[in-house]
Write a protein of this length. Structure first.
Lengths: 417, 326, 396
């Protein structure tokens, strides 16, 4: 088995050089890497979950720093952390239920509830669960929202477990790791099959003789349209080419090869054509917690045009693209500027682009961003592998997939207590 | 067929002359030349015969490339002048009178009008502004050079799009003038719009419901500017105003060469469609113009001053009719 | 003829319950109001909540202060508070314990949120209760909370605080504690801690909002809000460079107070009159407002003027951020401005208003959720749609 550290370094390099294309591939590779991190992590008898979480967090931090714009990396790291917490919790609850209740009474946790002698296992589990959940109004009075309580969950599991028979120990430690790896495998499988899951819903959204518009290329969109065609829907697809990468040409080629009626248009013709379009279906780079979308450049323009003509703007996104962060200034902070050579021929303009020499600033400044931010009010519907959702409901999906404590991966926020 | 007209037609066909004003001026000059060389055949009147002749020239030009609305206006002007010629004039007098009319039209309606527009519009440029323009409009280019001569400090963002990439030549000329420019493509317009304070756009024609008929992509730029509450100023000579109305860009448009869509010039790495040839289910659509709804437009700068888009029919009613046809 | 009256400090000294009258249009005779008034909120035309706010956050002019000092004579503010608390104890001996007195006593403290005062008052009810079963205690609490709520129907956070605590009582007692005494002591303990929770909530909100304040931004704030002040204070401490535009916040001019506080922190501040919001909106990057209450729809009820600021911001595509503690979430659902209990408040126009002229004295308005971008609460950064989710989970 290869050394984990070298695997990590290799992947970090790949991310830094932007060698990994597409968020699905990135998500999958991140999950695979984290799986091997977990399987190689030695864990002691106590606080096993804590050790796993620390290990995953440490690796996750490196990965996120390598490409902060590829949000899928951070998403998968958070998902894995959430998995560890959940598995640990279910084991703890199981263990607690089997324990004699009086044995727990001298638990020296400084949680208010633990001071209490009569405490059912269910209550402990509920309390532990509440730390997994984001804080809510329900728990406002019960427990102070205290992020520091999180390590307690895992340690309290470990502590109480010490009181159980020692024979359980080794089996439990192996069981936690085993369960976590199983769950990560499921996650990888989910990522692999997200296209099919999304495509299955295609028939519900595409009707006969409709005109669909899309921009650029997305594997999810391709599969979605193809699935609708397979179900004997006949419709026409307008593909905007998606400058400066012109991925739309690629999508058009694929669609034509699969026998769909396809029309290729320039990006500038989107506004002109949108009045004849029934639905806009696009892919996304990431979906933020407020329902905003980080999407390939140009989509904000398409979304505005769609809104003006009351054309539904549908975004397809696998659940690995759900990012639990709220965007602030996303146009700048979550963007990446690509090479000017995609827009201008260096040879032709070399005389005006003398960087560095002479006057200092070049007379020509070329802007070539990769992403656009589409605010939630422009999105009509999200279709994820779990079904269709309103932008206003995205927060809920995120609460299902992530633990509140993992939202911030970088260290700088450690002081937020 | 007169050779001057023939030449202009071929130049249209080859795409050597582009831009509403340039095409219009070239056409009028060719007509002027043709009129000078014209002699009325025996047993025919000048008015009837010359009108027919011009008509045949026009249909030839349409063969080469569909006329723009502004050219239609100019032709209507010329035909009107011919029809209104006093019968007392001799042939040579009539020809001179027509050539003078054509020269006057070019001078007053295009060249002087542009100067007036530039003077008006430059009052709306403040120091520190970031001006955005799309494609390449000759009035906007004149405006930017004029503002630079006035010593205003501003930055220009040129937004461009395929397949014509007209912005690149504008970029080259502006940079040669010493202007600092930012160049980007249409898709990035939402990204750059945060920094922009004014949007200046040209127009092929302005219709009487306030719709601006212009290079394809203009509507998208105006829409995004409107979404970011950046004022949109349209610079357009009054001879391009027309009393027709239009709501969308589909009913009346011009189609460019479809192959220009499939082939990305200067990007050898993008050649996905080359092998596909003529598959039945693949269509390539190359629209040349689009219609910008009047709600996105803050101001129209014309030779009659700065007017709101709601006043386009007023201009059409008050000026175009009188001055062009009489 | 109306003139500024220093009567409210006298009021405070004389009787604990009377609300400060200092911006009142009514003649100074109201100083004569008595203890009995407090029990049924005598001046039902005037919102006690907004009077308290005005007293705590309104700006006091220097000549007015001098006048007040002269009137009060030897009483310093500290002795004032002390005397008022002792006055609160007095009726306790004279007649049975009154939750309203208790509440009014707590709300005197400027740093204490209304909901905290309410919950503390309810805790006092538990303490003085002679109930022997959970059921009896619950009934007693219910009565107390109902009378509190009806005492000032205009205060949303009072209602929300009462509801939140009642909900907690029912759930806790039913679920986990069989022993009545331990349950009782736990309830009291949690209630006492609530002040801390409230303070902590403000800190959390301030932390959460830091990411959204970027260097070089201009923030518009409306009126005075403790949470918003905390947010801006934290941002200033984090060495963020930003500029704040404060509205004046008529009629109690709470915006002036905020601008004073910010100037102390060396934050560049510009004051606007309330009607200059649309004029200034294009230089603004974001709007920050507090909330008196967050309603089921995700909209907020806040000081008069918030709605129009949100409308202007929305039409110019500027984000509107609301900073509000989660205990302000209330199960209300106003459909329009008139669909809520009016909270009236006297307004000083500086000149006599003829009696024929009607004056709009409502103190607050409702901002529908579509004009709000995000809510910063101690539960996290939320979209308006989450509010209903939280409330449904709590009450169903």
């Amino acid at each position: 088995m290869p050394d984990v550290q070298s695997l990590v370094i290799e992947f970090v390099l790949k991310l830094k050089k932007r060698k990994v294309e597409g968020s699905q591939a990135t998500a999958r590779q991140t999950a695979v890497l984290l799986r091997s991190v977990i399987s190689q992590q030695r864990i002691g008898y106590t606080n096993q979950a804590g050790a796993l979480i620390d290990a995953v967090k440490a690796v996750g931090e490196q990965l996120v720093a390598a490409n902060p714009v590829e949000l899928a990396v951070g998403n998968i790291v958070r998902r894995v952390l959430h998995i560890i917490r959940e598995e640990d919790l279910s084991l703890t609850t199981a263990a607690m239920a089997g324990l004699n209740l009086s044995a727990v009474s001298d638990d020296d946790d400084d949680n208010d509830q633990d001071d209490h002698p009569v405490l059912s296992a269910a209550a402990v589990a509920a309390a532990a669960r509440s730390t997994l959940r984001p804080p809510s109004l329900q728990t406002l009075l019960e427990d102070m929202p205290d992020p520091a309580a999180v390590p307690h969950t895992s340690s309290s599991g470990g502590d109480s477990e010490e009181k159980s028979k020692s024979a359980d120990k080794s089996s439990r430690s192996r069981k936690l790791k085993h369960d976590v790896i199983e769950a990560v495998n499921e996650l990888i499988e989910d990522i692999d099959t997200c296209h099919e899951q999304i495509a299955e819903q295609a028939v519900e959204h595409i009707h006969h003789n409709e005109v669909i518009l899309t921009l650029g290329s997305s594997r999810t969109v391709l599969e979605f349209l193809y699935a609708a065609k397979e179900k004997k829907r006949s419709f026409r697809v307008f593909v905007a080419e998606g400058a400066p990468r012109y991925q739309g040409h690629l999508l058009a080629k694929e669609l034509v090869a699969r026998g769909l009626q396809t029309t290729l248009i320039t990006d500038s013709a989107v506004f002109a054509m949108i009045s004849r379009v029934n639905m806009v279906i696009v892919g996304a780079h990431a979906v933020m917690a407020n329902g905003g979308v980080i999407a390939p450049v140009g989509l904000n323009m398409v979304a505005l045009a769609a809104q003006r003509h009351a054309v539904p703007f549908v975004v397809l996104a696998g659940s690995h693209k759900l990012c639990p962060l709220y965007p602030h200034n996303p146009e700048v902070l979550l963007n990446e500027l690509r090479s000017p050579s995609e827009l201008l021929d260096f040879g032709e303009f070399s005389d005006c682009m003398d960087f560095g020499s002479g006057s200092g600033s070049p007379l020509i400044h070329v802007v070539n961003p990769t992403f656009d931010y589409v605010p939630p009010k422009l999105v009509s519907l999200f279709i994820t592998d779990t079904g269709g959702h309103n932008p206003s409901y995205m927060y809920r999906l995120i609460a299902d997939y992530y633990s509140a404590d993992d939202l911030v991966l970088q260290r700088k926020a450690a002081a937020s207590n | 067929m007169h050779r001057a007209v023939y030449k202009v037609g071929l130049q249209y066909l080859a795409g050597d002359i582009t831009g509403g004003n340039a095409r219009c001026i070239a056409m009028l000059q060719a007509f002027s030349e043709a009129i000078r060389d014209y002699t009325t055949p025996a047993e025919k009147t000048l008015t009837r015969d010359l009108t027919a002749k011009i008509g045949s020239y026009v249909s030839f030009l349409i063969e080469c490339r569909p006329l723009s609305i502004s050219m239609g206006n100019a032709i209507r002007f010329l035909k009107n002048r011919i029809a209104k010629l006093p019968l007392t004039l001799s042939e040579s007098e009539a020809k001179t009178s027509l050539c003078l009319d054509i020269d006057r039209f070019i001078n007053e309606k295009i060249i002087l009008a542009d100067r007036v527009i530039v003077r008006h519009a430059s009052t709306k440029i403040r120091d520190g502004d970031v001006l955005l323009t799309y494609g390449s409009s000759c009035v906007v280019e004149m405006l930017l050079s004029h503002a630079l001569e006035l010593g205003k400090k501003f930055h220009v963002v040129i937004v461009d799009s395929r397949p014509k990439l007209e912005g690149q030549s504008l970029l080259r000329r502006l940079v040669a003038n010493g202007l600092n420019c930012t160049y980007t493509h249409l898709n990035a317009v939402s990204y750059i719009m945060h920094e922009v304070t004014r949007v200046f756009l040209g127009a092929s024609s302005i219709l009487s419901n306030g719709t601006v008929y212009s290079r394809v992509g203009t509507a998208a730029v105006a829409m995004v500017a409107n979404a970011f509450s950046v004022p949109v100023l349209i610079c357009c000579e009054a001879y391009k105003f027309h009393e027709r109305v239009q709501l969308d860009s589909i009913c009346f448009n011009e189609l460019g060469d479809p192959q220009a869509v499939a082939k990305v010039s200067g990007r050898g790495d993008v050649n996905y469609l080359g092998s596909l040839g003529n598959k039945d289910n693949l269509q390539l659509l190359n629209l040349m113009y689009d219609a910008t709804p009047s709600e996105y437009i803050s101001m129209i700068v014309t030779d009659y001053g700065m007017i709101p888009p709601t006043s386009v029919p007023v201009i059409v009613r008050e000026y175009c009719r009188d001055q062009l046809w009489i | 003829m109306w003139r500024r009256s220093a009567s409210f400090i006298l009021d405070k000294r004389n009787d604990t319950g009377a609300r400060p009258d200092f911006v009142s249009l009514s003649p100074p005779q109201t100083t004569a109001s008595t203890m009995a008034d407090t029990l049924q909120n005598p001046n039902a035309k005037v919102s006690a909540y907004y009077q308290t706010r005005a007293a705590h956050h309104g700006v006091v002019t220097s000549d007015w202060l001098a006048q007040a000092q002269a009137a009060v004579g030897k009483y310093s503010p500290e002795s004032d508070v002390r005397s008022s608390s002792s006055a609160a104890a007095d009726p306790g001996s004279g007649k049975p314990f009154s939750v309203i007195d208790e509440f009014n006593n707590w709300r005197k403290q400027p740093d204490l949120a209304e909901a905290v005062a309410a919950i503390r008052a309810l805790a006092a009810v538990i303490r003085s209760s002679e109930a022997t079963t959970m059921m009896e205690l619950e009934i007693e609490l219910k009565k107390a909370s109902d009378s509190l709520k009806s005492w000032d129907t205009t205060s949303i956070s009072l209602t929300a605080g009462c509801d939140l605590f009642m909900r907690y009582v029912t759930r806790t007692s039913a679920l986990e504690y069989e022993d009545f005494n331990s349950a009782k002591s736990r309830l009291i303990e949690r209630a006492e801690k609530f002040g801390e929770i409230s303070y902590k909530a403000r800190r959390i909100i301030a932390m959460l909002s830091q990411d959204f304040i970027f260097d070089g931004c201009t923030i518009l704030v409306h009126g005075f809000s403790r949470v918003v002040l905390e947010v801006l204070k934290t941002a200033a401490q984090n060495k963020k460079l930003f500029r704040v535009l404060c509205t004046e916040g008529r009629p109690d001019r709470t915006g002036l107070r905020l601008s004073n506080e910010l100037a102390k922190l060396d934050v560049p501040v510009k004051l606007l009159i309330d009607s200059a919001v649309a004029y200034s909106m294009d230089e603004i990057d974001m709007v920050f407002v507090g909330a008196d209450g967050v309603v089921e729809s995700g909209g907020i009820i806040n000081m008069m003027g918030t709605y129009q600021i949100a409308l202007v911001a929305h039409s110019m595509n500027k984000p509107v951020y609301v900073a509000a503690e989660s205990y302000k979430f209330a199960r209300l659902y106003p459909l329009d401005q008139k669909d809520m209990a009016p909270a009236l408040r006297p307004i000083d126009f500086g000149v006599p208003i003829p009696s024929k002229v009607e004056v709009e004295t409502s103190a607050r308005d409702y901002t529908p959720p579509q004009y709000l971008t995000l809510l910063f609460t101690d539960l996290g950064v939320l979209t308006p749609s989450v509010v209903s989710d939280e409330l449904i989970q709590l009450y169903l």
